[in-house]
Each structure stands twice: as C-alpha cells, then as structure tokens.
Ligand binder design. Structure first.
Ligand code: ATP
Ligand code: MG
Length: 373
C-alpha cells in the first residue's frame, strides 16, 4: 500500500496516518480483500472509513443529526428549499466494486458476507462498469434483515433502497438528484422522494408527512439540501420512537441508557411543537407508556416461566458458505447467536437464527431471585 497516496486521499500527513494505525485504525483480513478500517472518527475522517489493500478508500457514511424542534432547526439549518425523502428503517450498507467484485460494507467498515451475497444478486454489475469508482449508499430493509427486521416494505426477503451515491477516494456524496437519476438508470429502488419545500412552510408539510408515514408504520424522513450544500437532518414518527422503545424494553439490559432517554425526550418535544391538546397528549402518553411497560412485563413473565429471552430472526442465502461466513461475522461483531440447521428452499436455504440477549436474561433472573438493581 502506498502510504503517501493514501494519506493524501485522506487529507492527512503520512505521520498522522502512521499514528492512527497504532490507535484507531484496525485491520480486517477477512473476508477478502484485506482492508483497514477506522474504528472511530478522527481528524475529520468518519468512523467506518475503509482503506482497501490496493489503496482505494471508501469514506464512512456521515452521521445525520436530528433536530427536536423541527421548525426552528429547519430555519437555522437550511438556506432556501429542502428535499424530503423517506427514511428507510434497516441497516446502512455501502456497495461497491473492488477488483471487479461487488462487496457490501457495514457502517463500521466490515465486509458483511450476507449483505454482499444479497448485493451480488440484486445490484446489476452494469452500475459499476462505466463507473468503477462509484459507491452506492443504500438501506437494506425487509423481514429478512437480521439486524432490523421489518415487515412494512414490499418485499418478503430483503431489498436495497438507494439513498445516496459516493465516489471512492472522495469525501462527500453526490446528493439527491444524482441518486435518483442513477436509481432510475439502473432500475434500482430508492428512498421515496416526498417533495421539495421552501423552508418557510417545510415544517408544517413535514409534520403531515411524518404523521402519515407513522400510521403506515414507516420510520420518518431525511431532509436534504437539494444542492447538497449543508448536511441532511433526520426526523422520525412517534410510532417509530415507540416501537424502538418497545424493542429496547423487551431486551432492557442490552441497550445503552441514552437509547431510552433520547426517544422519550423526542416525544416530549414533538408533543409541544405540535401544540397537542390535552387529549392528544394523553393518547401519546398512553402509547409511550404501553411501549415501555408491556414488553418489559412480558419479558419478566417469560423469564419467570423459565423461558430464555431471545430474539429470533431469519435470513435466506444462496450458498451455505454465506451462512457460515455470516455466523462468523456476527460473532466478530460481538453478537451471540445460534444458527439452526439450514432448510433447503427454492435453490437456496432458509436459516433461522436465535440471537441471545445474555445481559437481559441474567439480570432478569437475578432480580426475580431477589437481587438488588
Ligand atoms: P447516524 O449515525 O447517521 O446518526 P444512526 O446509525 O443512529 O445514524 P439512523 O438514526 O437510522 O442511524 O439515521 C441515519 C441512517 O438512516 C443513515 O445512515 C442511513 O443508513 C439511513 N437512511 C435511511 N433512509 C435514508 C435516506 N433517505 N437518506 C439518508 N439516510 C437514510
Ligand atoms: Mg436506521
């Protein structure tokens, strides 16, 4: 690897690069090709930035910030108009071609064997033929997403929804227009474009959109500057905040405290900004309360009945090797699982996976036995 060239592409000195290699840059030799990845953000380089052994760099997908007061934040942040896209609820992948083969990188910069297999099936090679530098930023969604399983999208497996395009070796992305053009050109699905609004009346429009999306069980929106001059912002529906909480309270000891607090606080701001009546606020309080208490009580009762608290997901793979590789990938990501024997199905295999939530299990057993919190 040519360190000078890599450092130049990263926008740092060779010394700094060598310093980072001893601290936050980690090597990943598997699956091939070998790569280096940024475990954390540093020197303005996003976490998940990946350097392949041939020196090509794929920058990490930037974090998207979230306002709590929508109208005030839009006024401050955007200069004129904003494009609104649906926020898809799955996991972020960056799909690219390296040495002539398609791979899918996770947010953290690992090659995910399962996402890669799906990408090779669903993304036409032609996307990269004239543009080998292209990087597709897409959300992988569907009931067979093992990280965030969701039934609300029109797929019974998993699908990619393109939401941005990047180029190898360049920070930054090409923005809304290019993304939808490329999606159209290659017949890829993309995150729905829900309109472009002037910042004066955008908050009101977005409120309506988010309420409607919420009713359909959809997550929310990402607001983008049509010229890509300022970073995007995200905003989610109450239904999403509550269903996130429901999952987190079901496995309450396996989530960080901030996950709970941030979602409860969002509900408070949304209720105030939308000037809810007493009645509306009570209805919100009820669904918020239900999303906390019902899954929590269910978990405790299950544990009381001697049941192990687990999370069941499933994937479908073409090759058994992908399943084995994915098992290893989850293990190295710190996720403990049991893979059931593969069930042959339509030229592939259905794999049922049980995710173990050890911490919630142990804590619940201990508390049921009278231990102190
Ligand atoms: P972040 O690190 O960006 O704050 P996060 O990991 O907490 O995010 P989210 O809250 O889901 O994740 O929000 C950002 C993510 O939303 C993006 O990284 C992307 O994967 C996903 N996403 C879904 N739809 C879109 C869209 N239309 N535009 C941009 N990102 C989208
Ligand atoms: Mg997400």
């Amino acid at each position: 690897m040519n360190l000078a060239r890599v450092a130049q592409r990263l926008g740092i000195t060779v010394d700094r690069l060598q310093g980072l290699q001893e601290t936050i840059i980690r090597e990943s030799a598997w699956p091939k090709p070998r790569l280096l990845r940024f475990e954390k953000e540093s020197s303005g380089i996003e976490a998940g930035t990946t350097i392949f052994e041939n020196g090509e760099i794929v920058f990490g997908y930037p974090k998207i910030r979230r306002p709590l007061m929508l109208a005030a934040a839009i006024e401050r942040h955007f200069s004129d108009t904003l494009a609104v896209e649906e926020k898809m609820n799955g996991h972020n992948v960056r799909i690219l071609s390296i040495n002539g083969e398609i791979v899918a990188l996770t947010r953290g910069g690992f090659i995910c064997p399962y996402s890669t297999e799906v990408a090779r099936l669903k993304i036409p090679e032609a996307v990269f033929e004239k543009h080998p530098q292209r990087v597709l930023c897409a959300e992988m969604v569907g009931p067979e997403n093992p990280y965030v399983a969701s039934n609300i999208y029109p797929t019974d497996g998993v699908d990619f929804y393109l939401f941005d395009i990047a180029e190898k070796n360049y920070k930054g992305t090409l923005g809304v227009d290019r993304t939808h053009e490329v999606a159209e050109e290659f017949g890829l699905r993309s995150a729905a474009f829900l309109g472009e609004f002037h910042k004066e009346n955008a908050a009101e429009k977005i409120k309506e959109i988010v309420i409607k999306l919420g009713r359909q069980g959809r997550e929310g929106v990402v607001m983008k500057d049509p010229e890509n001059l300022v970073p995007p912002l995200k905003y989610t529906s109450s239904r999403t905040n509550c269903s996130d909480l429901a999952v987190a309270f079901r496995y309450y000891n396996d989530y960080a405290l901030d996950f709970f607090v941030s979602r409860a606080v969002r509900e408070g701001y949304q209720s105030v900004e939308w000037k809810e009546t007493q009645e509306e606020r009570r209805a919100r309080a009820l669904s918020l309360g239900e999303s906390i208490l019902l899954p929590l009580a269910d978990t405790i009762e299950r544990a009381q009945n001697g049941e192990n608290i687990v999370q069941k997901v499933q994937i479908r793979v073409k090759s058994l090797q992908t399943a084995r590789d994915f098992e290893y990938h989850l293990r190295r990501s710190g996720i403990r699982t049991i893979f059931e024997p593969p069930e042959p199905e339509d030229g592939g295999y259905l794999i049922r996976i049980t995710k173990l939530v050890m911490s919630t299990n142990d804590k619940t057993q201990a508390l049921l036995n009278g231990e102190m919190w």
